[in-house]
Design a protein around this ligand. Structure first.
Ligand SMILES: C[S@@+](CC[C@H](N)C(=O)[O-])C[C@H]1O[C@@H](n2cnc3c(N)ncnc32)[C@H](O)[C@@H]1O
Length: 318
């Protein structure tokens, strides 16, 4: 890294290391390699033996990871891919690297500080930019299309469901009115429209009034919840016995998906207790390691406010 260069600070790093237990000879998959922060620390503990397979759907992030991890040579295999394509990626990995299965998967969801800091990507309501928000710039759907082309009703639904925003209908109404006058092209104009849609009294609580709507648009543009729902089941068959899945989420919608997935795979029988025999044929494949999610210490939050909302959940293959 160059002096003064911004680096994404990996969240809950010690906790991730503690749960994934990196050691020589193992195979780890970092499904959101990002700027390579977690990956770097995991590789350091693998002592030159074993393999880390890294995925990211953002080509720029992947390039940064490539540079940062280059000293580990062939131990690192990177893919530009959505983690919903996990199976395809793992089938492509040379057999000598993954034939015996995976010892640990890490998902560190959402966007990195670097993505948020790159104003032109349009992720941040604090920096003027064209409405974009695509993690993968090869994809067609961007925030401009969602804001300017989606029907008002659909827009309201997305803002309500993905942003958990109680003023969703008012915001969508205002967007629909404003875009008739002129297309809404930029983050700052959208942030202004959102602010104007919310009653003055409500603006005084709950952070910046545009925060929840921007989160909703980002989730929609990148299909983030769907990708997570598709990816988690793909991990199980690749995990070795005793191997672990660790997921760091940053908002309740993601956390709910992880929690549900873990409990569905971590409970023996889903038949009702008064039923004579089991018909669900459920097989308990995971042991939930973290009954309650692990959250960052106050020290970590002070040093890295972005960690504030992080929740780590871990499960282990039986
Ligand atoms: C919080 S950052 C990860 C930071 C990384 N752990 C580190 O320490 O540098 C999240 C990364 O996940 C990537 N990402 C988000 N959703 C993804 C998906 N569905 N498939 C692949 N990568 C994804 C983003 O592009 C971003 O680079």
């Amino acid at each position: 890294m160059e002096e003064g260069e911004v680096v994404h600070v990996p969240v809950l790093l010690h906790e991730v290391i503690g749960h994934l237990n990196p050691r020589p000879g193992i195979v780890l998959v970092d499904a959101t390699v990002g700027d390579g922060g977690h990956a770097l620390a995991l590789l350091e503990d693998m002592g030159g033996e074993g393999c880390l397979i890294g995925l990211d759907r953002d080509k720029q992030a992947l390039e940064r990871a490539r540079l940062r991890l280059r000293r580990f040579g062939e131990q690192v295999i990177l893919y530009h891919a959505n983690f919903s394509q996990l199976e395809e990626v793992l089938e492509d990995v040379p057999e000598e690297s993954s034939a015996e299965g995976v010892n640990g998967f890490l998902f560190d969801l959402g966007v990195s500080s670097l993505q948020l800091g790159e104003a032109e990507r349009g992720f941040s309501f604090r920096q003027p930019a064209r409405l974009d928000m695509r993690m993968d710039t090869d994809r067609e759907l961007d925030a401009w299309k969602v804001v300017n082309r989606y029907e008002e009703r659909e827009l309201a639904r997305i803002i309500r469901e993905y942003g958990e925003e109680r003023w969703a209908s008012r915001i969508a109404r205002r967007i629909a009115i404003e875009r008739k006058r002129a297309p809404i092209d930029t983050t700052d104009r959208l942030a202004e429209i959102i602010k104007d849609s919310i009653p003055a009294a409500a603006r005084r609580t709950g952070g910046h009034p545009a925060r929840r709507t921007f989160q909703a648009l980002r989730l929609e543009v990148n299909g983030e919840l769907r990708s997570l729902e598709e990816a988690l089941p793909q991990t199980v068959q690749w995990l070795k016995k005793g191997g672990r899945i660790a997921v760091i989420s940053y908002h309740s919608l993601e956390d709910r998906i992880v929690k549900r997935f873990f409990s569905e795979h971590g409970s023996f029988c889903r038949c009702s207790m008064d039923f004579a025999g089991c018909t669900c044929e459920a097989e308990e494949t995971l042991r939930i390691v973290t009954r309650k999610p692990v959250t960052p210490s106050q020290d970590e939050i002070t040093a890295n406010p972005r960690a504030r909302s992080a929740k780590l959940r871990v499960a282990e293959k039986r």
